[in-house]
Design a protein. Structure first.
Length: 182
């Protein structure tokens, strides 16, 4: 088990706006602006002893991991759509019957993800690994509105089989200015 070293001078929690997402060998994914929470829930199994009718005991049951949704602005980068197409590809599904085995890419539709969080100085502070992820929902673009002044967003909903904190990422020593100039 990794031992945490604590920075005794840091009292502020990390902010939620400095992060990057990496999947596979492709490196960081461009333009991800939102990632929903990493959440797991363990079911409660209640049981009683035969001779004790007035109270019950609780034990942990099955653990489920909530899907993760990622959003980014629409660009020419096809990464979200290309990954979503690994699960189901419209063009291949419409092909002749002899081509239908290519509707789904069973060999590489799953990916491991890394979500890196950075401190205010841009140093990696916390990292999470998400295992055996795949796209269950793809939104190519959000609603269009001629009266709005907003970035056009696309999103993917990612199912996965669990996540854990990467304990090899240690707390960075924060930079300090000497005050000798700006």
């Amino acid at each position: 088990m990794a031992k945490f070293t604590v920075n005794p001078t840091r009292f502020d929690p990390y902010r939620n706006f400095k992060f990057r997402v990496k999947w596979g060998a492709n490196g960081y994914v461009a333009g991800v602006s939102k990632v929903t929470a990493l959440k797991r829930t363990t079911e409660v199994v209640e049981h009683r002893e035969g001779g004790d009718p007035s109270s019950s005991h609780k034990s942990p049951g099955r653990t489920k991991y909530e899907p993760i949704t990622m959003e980014r602005g629409v660009t020419h980068d096809p990464e979200f759509e290309a990954w979503a197409n690994k699960v189901w590809n419209f063009a291949n599904a419409q092909a002749a019957a002899e081509q239908r085995e290519k509707e789904v890419s069973l060999r590489d539709f799953r990916r491991n993800l890394t979500i890196d969080l950075f401190n205010e100085a841009g140093q990696k502070a916390v990292s999470y690994k998400v295992y055996r992820a795949w796209v269950s929902e793809f939104t190519a673009q959000a609603d269009l509105d001629a009266n709005a002044n907003a970035v056009l967003i696309q999103s993917i909903k990612i199912e996965h089989e669990g996540w854990e904190r990467d304990l090899s990422v240690t707390e960075p020593s924060e930079p300090q200015f000497d005050g000798a100039g700006a």
